[in-house]
Design a protein around this ligand. Structure first.
Ligand SMILES: [Zn+2]
Length: 614
């Protein structure tokens, strides 16, 4: 276990939450998600940056330019020339601004007098303009988590970037549907001092945002960036954490990574290690190789003196220092790297490794890193890897990393330089009036959950309080048992989702229909799952149609119930073996009226229940 206080852990969170406004931030397009198959047009661009815009010292921008990729954009009938950067942006969306002000108030922040839209350089092609528009709305607030105060530094209203849908050697494909969706970016102070706390703060921020009822929900609509540093380490920004559940793990693993890199530094110093600047063309060494992944490719190598054993050292679960080098190679469009700590492997033989070592003059203490592929990419990637290897002697590099699903992270790019903002002259500033500051503070989901706990078990109370349909609960709890309403709104859809039914298509009107059918006595509460299932598969069904279909299904339920009672002796005698004869009896009655598979499922369940009751 790491003592986080002792290592001086500091964590700040930056949350990006998409707003559920009617229009995008700078045009009147809807904020709807589209599938790329629905795209009716595409165009492409290359990244071109003026030196004055990026600043000569911005390493992140330089690195992207070196990768020289072609960016392809997918256009839809729900996007316009603003997203394509063929027309200037419209005015700042007032609905989105009001939501941002509401969130700011909930976080005890000071709202600025005038909102100015700025351009923030974005170099990975995810914005057609080459920059992202952002506006500071509020600053200097706080939230409390378990009695501890965490500062909230800034709240910005921003336009969402494009969705990356594909990338490969020398290209990336982006979808324009997401570009321009308003989002709030909330940055905390680095007041967080443990992995658990990081997770709790992010959860609380998410809860506050959802309490407005005006934010988008579902995967990808909220993302966390995490800034992590330890004493003697470096500030590392981890991008795009979508699952709150792994946030603590991400912090934990990053601390481990930085500690391991510091250990590597000490060991390298002890060994008097150094990185040779020379780039060796070792294509000849592998002229007759049987290894499919390097055959007929340009192969270059660099010599890392004193690195033997350390390139293969694990720095995060399942990830080695060599994996960090491979990440860099990948950003240059290569598949990865090879290094002598892991060779012979990949069809590369012991003899070839010996020849390689001899060629570059590597001793036992040294490591050799190779890359194979397109000559220009190989050279650029290896030069960058040599630079990275050199930094192993200094410590932990400041960089931007991306979160992997298991909580580990991969290298993305150097940390961007600071001065990357300049004014967006196409959008006029907005003066904040007294009227605009008069926002309603909504009930927090956690407060609502406490009210519901008087009516429902705790977990269920939270689910309903957090549901976008909590108002339906309040409405129908006057007419029905709280657990019945909760069954329709949460338990039943959750069960159906597990069964693989796409309940995402269900809308408020569907839940309302099922609730009123039960409240009006037209349907038993036991029919909720079946009714929602039918609606999920056929959202246009009417209440009458549902009742009609449920009728036969209810009959079969009663028939099976009675049958299992009548044949209890047979079940006691044969156990599961009773299924076949009983199924015959049910089908004799219901053949043609109801799906045999459904009947079998119901009967099996009834027999199992009977057996467990015995
Ligand atoms: Zn548009």
């Amino acid at each position: 276990m790491v003592d986080y206080k002792a290592v001086g852990l500091k964590v700040g969170i930056e949350i990006h939450q998409q707003l559920d406004s009617k229009h995008k931030l700078f045009c009147y397009c809807p904020t709807t998600h589209r599938e790329i198959e629905e795209s009716n047009f595409e165009f492409f661009r290359y990244l071109r940056l003026k030196k004055s815009e990026i600043g000569e010292e911005d390493r992140a921008a330089k690195e992207e330019v070196e990768r020289s990729r072609r960016f392809i954009y997918k256009y839809y009938d729900t996007t316009c020339l603003v997203e394509a950067d063929e027309e200037p942006p419209r005015e700042l969306n007032r609905e989105a601004l009001q939501i941002a002000i509401q969130v700011a108030k909930m976080l005890n922040m000071e709202v600025v007098d005038e909102v100015h839209v700025m351009r923030k350089i974005v170099i990975d092609g995810s914005n057609t303009t080459g920059f992202q528009r952002t506006a500071l709305v509020a600053l200097d607030g706080f939230l409390e988590v378990e009695g501890k105060r965490v500062g909230v530094a800034t709240l910005c209203l921003e336009e969402e970037a494009c969705r990356k849908v594909n990338e490969g050697e020398g290209f990336a494909v982006y979808s324009l549907d997401r570009l321009g969706i308003p989002l709030v970016e909330i940055g905390t102070e680095p007041d967080i001092d443990s992995p658990e706390m990081a997770k709790k703060v992010a959860a609380k921020l998410g809860m506050i945002l959802r309490s407005t009822g005006k934010v988008k929900r579902g995967l990808g609509t909220i993302r966390q960036d995490v800034n992590i540093s330890i004493r003697d380490g470096a500030r590392v920004e981890i991008k795009g954490v979508q699952e709150l559940d792994i946030l603590d793990k991400i912090v934990e693993y990053e601390v481990i990574r930085q500690l391991r890199l510091l250990e590597i530094r000490e060991e390298l110093k002890k060994r008097g290690a150094e990185v040779n600047d020379e780039l060796f063309d070792v294509t000849e060494v592998f002229r007759n190789t049987k290894s499919k992944i390097i055959r007929n490719k340009t192969v270059n190598a660099i010599l890392l003196k004193g690195f033997a054993g350390l390139v293969g050292k694990e720095i995060q679960p399942g990830r080695r220092l060599g994996t960090e080098f491979a990440d860099i190679a990948k950003t240059f469009g290569l598949g990865g790297i090879f290094h002598t700590d892991e060779l012979p492997a990949y069809g590369i033989t012991e003899e070839e490794v010996e020849m390689l070592r001899e060629f570059v003059g590597a001793g036992k203490e040294d490591a050799v890193v190779m890359a194979a592929g397109d000559a220009v990419r190989v050279e650029r990637a290896l030069r960058r890897i040599a630079e990275r290897a050199k930094f192993c002697l200094v410590g932990v590099p400041e960089e931007t990393r991306k979160a992997n699903e298991d909580g580990t992270t991969s290298y993305l790019r150097p940390l961007p330089g600071a001065a990357r903002m300049y004014p967006e002259t196409d959008v006029p500033p907005v003066v904040i009036t007294e009227e605009m500051l008069k926002v309603e503070i909504p009930e927090l989901i956690e407060e609502r959950a406490k009210r519901y706990e008087k009516l429902l078990p705790r977990d269920l109370a939270w689910e309903i309080a957090n549901s976008p349909y909590f108002r339906l609960f309040e409405e129908y709890v006057e007419k029905l048992q709280p657990t019945v309403v909760a069954r329709v709104l949460h338990t039943a859809p959750a069960y159906l989702r597990k069964e693989g039914i796409d309940v995402g298509v269900l809308e408020e009107k569907h839940f309302r229909m099922v609730l009123s059918l039960i409240a009006d006595g037209k349907m038993a509460k036991e029919g909720a799952e079946e009714a929602l299932k039918m609606l999920a598969q056929n959202p246009d069904m009417s209440g009458e149609e549902i009742i009609e279909k449920l009728g036969s299904s209810r009959d079969v339920d009663e028939f099976i119930k009675k049958l299992v009672e009548d044949k209890a002796e047979l079940i006691a005698e044969r156990g599961d073996g009773a299924f076949k004869p009983l199924m015959g009896l049910v089908m004799k009655e219901f053949r043609g009226k109801i799906d045999g598979k459904v009947v079998a499922e119901k009967l099996r369940k009834a027999i199992e229940e009977k057996i467990s009751d015995m």
